[in-house]
Structure formats: structure tokens, C-alpha cells
Write a protein of this length. Structure first.
Length: 292
């Protein structure tokens, strides 16, 4: 195992605790990197994606059996595991899986809505797929080298902007594993991560049972089924969908949860059915991959 960490101005002192070799791909113009790390410098562009690709290209013939690609920060909103990132690397079941996401920050990509910017990135890309956001993962040498070096060089030369990095963030598993979908599995880690966390950019969970409708206000619309009527209280379970009353003076948003806001003037049942139908679609993707 080796760690490849991208760096600009992050405090890397936490990485001194790594029991594995650490290569820091440093963005030019950032804070200096301590001499205890193996450090290479690259232009400050393409965010972490270009750093990862640089490591893959320059080490293609000398890769370790497994590489953990991680950011320079120890904590971030997208790191939703139940233990520190180095412990997740330690606990990863690399004997069974060639690719393991490290963030527990699951995202249901839907290009009909919020992810249409992905369309030109790969030809014949599916409209919907499940991935893990945040771009931190472990991948085997076998999987990296299943892709020709020239392909990585082509992608690297095309990576310049934040949008480029965001696009590739959602499809690393496709590059390495030839499948757009990666789903949470209990045996990715030992001990496992029990609670699935959703990315704040997706709005739709991958299981219908995770949909929560919470009404904020004194007078829930009569059209809502009784089990969906709530007054000022909400349940923080994976994805929370909030119906805001027009008599609510201040919008209450559950912290770190998914929120779709609609009011009494919207066709609430139409929106609710849309949410449930999309979640049902992702649940089927989840079930298909769990059984494969």
C-alpha cells in the first residue's frame, strides 16, 4: 500500500502517522511540504484529479499493489465515514475488492436534473448511476493498469478546471472498473460502516425507505397522507425532504441532510410521486448490483 495525497495549503502533519509510504503531489504556489514526505510538484490546475493522474502516469510501471488516493486535509464535509481516513485505509478489504471508496458520501447521479454537465464527458454514458462523491479511494495496480497509459495521458491533458475535476470525480470507478455504478457494501471495511450518508448535491436517496417528508409549519396541507404530516419536527435519516409552509417566517433546514423545498402552492403529490419514482429507480440499480 502507498498513499498518494494531493496538496496545496493543507496541513499534512496528520499524514506523518501513516504506516505506509506517502507521496505528496503538490500544487505549485501552495504552502511548502515538509521534507519527511516524498514530494513532486505539478501546476495548480485540475484540483485533485490532475494530481491523481500525474501519480498514475509517472508511476505506471512502478505502482504499488494498492494505492490510496486521498486529499491533503484530514477532515472535510465529504468524509462521512465513522473513523479517521487512515483507519479506513487500514480496515479496507483489499483482499476482496480492487476498488474501495473511502468517503461514505454516496451520490445518485441523475443527468436529467442536476448532473447534465456530465453528458459530454463520456460517450454513451447512462442517464443515472450511483457513485461515491469526494474522490478518495483505494484502487489496485491491476485495475489501474487495465487502462492503457495513453488513456490517462489524454485525460490528464484535458483536465484544467474545477468542472473537469468534478466530472471525473463521479466516474473514477468507471475508469478503473468499467462500471459507472459503485454501491456501498458492508464488507468494504472490517469493521463495516453501518450508516450510509448521502452527498448534499444529489437530493435523492438510493432506497425508497430513506425518503422522509417533513412539514415545517402549523398547518400541513390536507392533501398529504397522515403519515407524512409533521409539525416543526423532522427525522434526520439519510435524506430529508422538507415541505415549507407559507406561514413559516424562517426556513428551518436540517443540517447536513438532503433538502427539497416546496410550498403550499406546488402540486405536492406530484412532487412526492416524482421523488419516490426516482428513488425507486435508484433502489433497483442498487439491488441489481448487490446481487451481481
Amino acid at each position: 500500500m502507498e498513499i498518494c495525497s494531493c496538496h496545496y495549503r493543507e496541513d499534512l502533519s496528520w499524514l506523518k502517522q501513516s504506516p505506509w509510504p506517502v507521496t505528496v503531489v503538490h500544487k505549485e504556489g501552495g504552502d511548502p511540504v515538509e521534507e519527511c514526505f516524498n514530494c513532486v510538484s505539478v501546476p495548480n490546475e485540475g484540483f485533485e484529479a490532475k494530481s491523481y493522474l500525474y501519480f498514475i502516469i509517472t508511476r505506471y510501471s512502478t505502482l504499488p499493489e494498492y494505492t490510496a488516493f486521498i486529499h491533503g486535509h484530514e477532515h472535510a464535509h465529504h468524509q462521512r465515514g465513522d473513523r479517521p481516513i487512515l483507519e479506513l485505509v487500514r480496515d479496507a478489504n483489499i483482499e476482496k475488492y480492487d476498488y474501495i471508496p473511502l468517503n461514505n458520501f454516496w451520490q445518485c447521479v441523475n443527468m436529467n436534473y442536476t448532473h447534465s454537465y456530465l453528458e459530454p464527458f463520456f460517450e454513451n454514458q447512462p442517464r443515472t448511476f450511483i457513485t461515491c462523491g469526494g474522490a478518495q479511494f483505494i484502487v489496485s495496480k491491476k485495475s489501474i493498469q487495465s487502462v492503457p497509459l495513453e488513456t490517462y495521458e489524454t485525460i490528464y491533458n484535458a483536465m484544467n478546471t474545477k468542472a473537469d475535476a468534478t466530472r471525473i470525480e463521479l466516474v473514477w470507478q468507471y475508469i478503473f472498473m468499467k462500471d459507472y455504478n459503485i454501491i456501498p457494501r458492508e464488507d468494504f471495511f472490517t469493521p463495516s460502516i453501518k450508516t450510509i450518508k448521502y452527498s448534499t448535491s444529489c437530493n435523492i436517496p438510493m432506497k425508497v425507505e430513506d425518503v422522509r417528508i417533513v412539514y415545517i409549519g402549523k398547518n400541513p396541507p390536507d392533501i398529504l397522507p397522515c403519515q407524512l404530516k409533521h409539525e416543526t419536527e423532522y427525522t434526520n435519516t439519510s435524506a430529508t425532504y422538507v415541505c415549507a409552509s407559507d406561514d413559516t417566517t424562517e426556513m428551518i433546514r436540517p443540517p447536513d441532510e438532503e433538502v427539497i423545498v416546496f410550498d403550499r402552492n406546488d402540486d405536492i403529490m406530484e412532487l412526492l410521486n416524482l421523488i419516490i419514482n426516482i428513488a425507486s429507480h435508484f433502489e433497483q440499480i442498487y439491488k441489481d448490483h448487490m446481487n451481481s
